[in-house]
Design a protein. Structure first.
Length: 77
């Protein structure tokens, strides 16, 4: 199943903020398997601002992070 991800902006700062928010949600899920089984394959464990900037600047990585987050949320809810 192909997921279509739409972003409001291509602004790097907005993407970084979105990545930080998604990361906070995933790391605070009760079921840690979402984090360890899929999220860390896209966003490094203990990611910092530089990691989020690197992902935000790369359209492919950013898209993968958004799609991974959407899949996690679909399973978690």
């Amino acid at each position: 199943m192909e997921l279509n991800v739409f972003y409001a902006s291509e602004d790097i700062n907005e993407r970084v903020y979105l990545l930080e928010c998604m990361n906070n949600v995933v790391i605070n899920l009760v079921d840690e398997s979402f984090y360890y089984d899929s999220w860390v394959l896209v966003v490094p464990d203990g990611a910092d601002k530089d990691d989020f900037i690197t992902i935000a600047e790369d359209d492919t990585l950013f898209d993968l992070a958004c799609k991974t987050f959407m899949k996690i949320m679909k399973k978690a809810c």
